[in-house]
Design a binder for this molecule. Sequence first.
Ligand code: AMP
Length: 184
Amino acid sequence: MPDLQVRSICVFCGASVGKDPAFRAAAEDLGRLIAEHNIRLIFGAGSVGLMGTVADAVLAGGGEAIGVIPDFLRDRELFHKNLTELHVVDSMHTRKRKMFDLSDGFIGLPGGLGTLEEVFEMVTWRQLGRHEKPIVLISTNNYWEPFDSLVDRVVENGFAHGDTSTYYRTVSDPASAMELLTSN
Ligand code: AMP
């Protein structure tokens, strides 16, 4: 077992499972690996979609899953009932800040608009020097390719500078993501 610097990892992913069964398989693999590495999962507390899949796999592996949910979603009972810890906060903004504070790094699995927004915010905070926590996108079946292309376009056109790999990295599978996060 490597000497881990990453003790808690935040996973951003869909509140739906998506159409490709490979997305759910990746979420299960990631949850299992997070538990195996004794890393705590920080996530949006949902019981549904890939969010729920990752959390279920972490808990099934004997790991810890910490959810952060805004009160309006909790009031709709849209949260996972078997979490190690549940933090209820007053807004989506507070939620993201709390997830950031609790985490040593971030992983993006496939997801929808909410996932894109969460990933982009962590990337922009890093670009602005607000943190140096690693951000890794798991590009199951090249899911994140258009995101990478868009960021390349931004750099090519002079709207961001330098090598985008300094902001985030893209890998093809959960094992590669875990290796990146635990090997430095
Ligand atoms: P998306 O990538 O569009 O599926 O959005 C993922 C985001 O959906 C999460 O981070 C949450 O903000 C939100 N979300 C939707 N449903 C739930 C739920 N049942 N529990 C927690 N968060 C949810």
